[in-house]
Design a protein around this ligand. Structure first.
Ligand code: BGC
Length: 412
C-alpha cells in the first residue's frame, strides 16, 4: 500500500472568526463580560494543580475577554502567508454574522468587502477557501437565546443566501453550522456557555430548530449555485465501554453516540453533500462517568489523546456513503511537545481508513493560530503558530514545520 494520501487531498488548518479576528461585538462578547468573575472563581476548583501552576493566567480577567484576539481581522494576509509557507492548500475559516448583518435585515457592505478580500488573499496564495457561516456567535439583535428563536432558520438562511450571492463564484465549499451539538450541550444543558440555560426539553427543541436552519440554508445555497458543496461541521466523540459486558456502560455509550454523533446527521440527512469530522474526545464510559486511563497521554486541557478514535468514528460514518472532510482535529499543547506525534498518529489512522476504501478528502488541523478558546480564554494553546498576545508576533512552532513535511510528501 502506498504511503501517499489521495492526489487532490486538501491539507490545511481551521480558525473561527470570533476566536482570531478581534473587535467583534456579539452574544459571546456580551456573555464573557458578565461571567468573567464567575469563571475565575470556578477555575480554582475545576483545574488540576499542575494546570493552575503552568497557566497562572487562568486567574486573570484579561484571559477571558476576547478583545483583540489575534488581530487576524487586520493581519489575515500575514497569517495566510504563513499558511502558504506551511504548504497548506486549503483553509477553513468562518465569516462573522454580527459584522455582516449588524442590524436585522441590513447588510454591511464594508464587512462583506472585507471577506471578499480574505477570500481573494487565499486564492492568490493557491489556498482553497472552506467557509463556515456560523461558528457559534450571534448578532445581538437576535436576542439572548438566539438558537431557540423560532425565526432563527429564517434569519440564518437569509444571511446564507446573501453570502452565496456575494461569494458563490469564488467559494465552492460551504459549512452552514459549526458543531450544533456542542452549543446544545454547553449552552442549553450544562449552562456553561451562552445563553447559560439548563433545560433538556429546550435542548431537544434546539436540535430541530438548528437542523431546520441548516436545511433551509442548504436549499438556498444549492438553488443559487448547484455546484457548491455544502455540509455542516460535526463534532464526533469516540466511545468505548469501561467494563466489557456491562449493560449500563453499553447504554451510556449508545445514548452518547446517538445524541452527540448521529442525531444531527439524521435530522439533516438529505441535505449534506459531504460529512465532516471534528475529533477531540474519547469517552470511556463506566455508566455515565468518563474514565481516563492512568497511562493515557493528555493535552494541557486534560483531554485524553486517543488517535485510534478518529478511525472508529470514520468507520461509523461509512454507512452514509458521502465524502468526508476532517474539518477539525488538534490539541492544547503550549510547549509543542506532543503536537507532532499527535498529528502523525491521527493521520496514520485517517490513512488507514482511506486505504480501506473510505472517501476522505481533506484534513484541517485545529488550529492555524493560538486563539481564544471560548470560556477557557487564551491560556489553551492550539496553534501550529504561536501568538505572543502582547506584541501580536507570530512564531511557527516545530510542529508547523513537521506538518509541512507531511503535506509536501502528501503522506507520512
Ligand atoms: C470548536 C473550536 C474549539 C475547538 C477546541 C471545537 O469544538 O469548533 O471552536 O476551539 O473545538 O476546543
Amino acid at each position: 500500500m502506498s504511503n501517499k494520501f489521495p492526489k487532490d487531498f486538501l491539507w490545511g488548518a481551521s480558525t473561527s472568526a470570533y476566536q482570531v479576528e478581534g473587535g467583534n461585538v456579539n452574544d459571546w462578547s456580551d456573555w464573557e463580560k458578565n461571567n468573567v468573575e464567575k469563571i475565575i472563581e470556578e477555575a480554582k476548583k475545576y483545574w488540576r494543580p499542575w494546570q493552575q501552576e503552568k497557566f497562572p493566567e487562568m486567574f486573570e480577567r484579561d484571559n477571558y475577554i476576547c478583545g483583540k484576539a489575534c488581530d487576524h481581522y487586520n493581519r489575515f494576509r500575514e497569517d495566510f502567508d504563513l499558511a502558504k509557507e506551511g504548504g497548506h492548500n486549503a483553509h477553513r475559516f468562518s465569516v462573522e454574522w454580527s459584522r455582516i448583518e449588524p442590524e436585522e435585515g441590513k447588510f454591511d457592505e464594508k464587512a462583506i468587502e472585507h471577506y471578499r478580500e480574505v477570500i481573494q488573499a487565499l486564492r492568490e496564495r493557491g489556498i482553497e477557501p472552506f467557509i463556515c457561516l456560523w461558528h457559534w456567535t450571534n448578532p445581538l439583535w437576535l436576542g439572548k437565546e438566539a438558537e431557540k428563536n423560532k425565526k432563527f432558520p429564517f434569519y440564518f438562511s437569509r444571511y446564507a443566501e446573501k453570502m452565496i450571492k456575494e461569494f458563490g463564484r469564488e467559494v465552492k465549499f460551504w459549512l452552514t453550522l459549526n458543531e450544533p451539538t456542542s452549543v446544545i450541550a454547553s449552552g442549553y444543558i450544562s449552562g456553561k456557555w451562552p445563553p447559560g440555560k439548563k433545560n433538556i426539553f429546550t435542548a431537544l427543541g434546539i436540535y430541530k430548530n438548528l437542523a431546520k436552519a441548516h436545511d433551509e440554508a442548504y436549499k438556498k445555497i444549492k438553488n443559487i449555485n448547484p455546484d457548491s458543496q455544502v455540509g455542516f461541521a460535526n463534532i464526533l466523540h469516540s466511545f468505548e465501554v469501561y467494563r466489557k459486558n456491562n449493560w449500563l456502560d453499553k447504554i451510556a455509550v449508545k445514548v452518547g453516540k446517538y445524541f452527540i454523533n448521529e442525531k444531527f446527521i439524521k435530522l439533516t440527512k438529505k441535505n449534506n453533500d459531504f460529512l465532516t469530522v471534528q475529533y477531540y474526545f474519547h469517552n470511556r464510559f463506566r455508566f455515565y462517568k468518563k474514565i481516563i486511563n492512568k497511562k493515557s497521554e493528555v493535552s494541557d486541557l486534560g483531554w485524553e489523546i486517543y488517535p485510534k478514535g478518529i478511525y472508529q468514528i470514520i468507520q461509523d460514518l461509512k454507512k452514509y456513503n458521502l465524502p468526508i472532510y476532517i474539518t477539525e482535529n488538534g490539541l492544547a499543547d503550549a510547549n509543542d511537545s506532543k503536537r507532532t506525534k499527535f498529528l502523525k498518529e491521527h493521520l496514520f489512522w485517517v490513512k488507514k481508513a482511506i486505504d480501506e476504501g473510505i472517501d476522505i478528502r481533506g484534513y484541517f488541523h485545529w488550529s492555524l493560530l493560538d486563539n481564544f478558546e471560548w470560556d477557557k480564554g487564551f491560556w489553551p494553546r492550539f496553534g501550529l503558530v504561536e501568538i505572543d498576545y502582547a506584541t501580536q508576533k507570530r512564531k511557527p512552532r516545530k510542529s508547523f514545520w513537521e506538518y509541512k513535511k507531511i503535506i509536501e510528501n502528501n503522506g507520512l
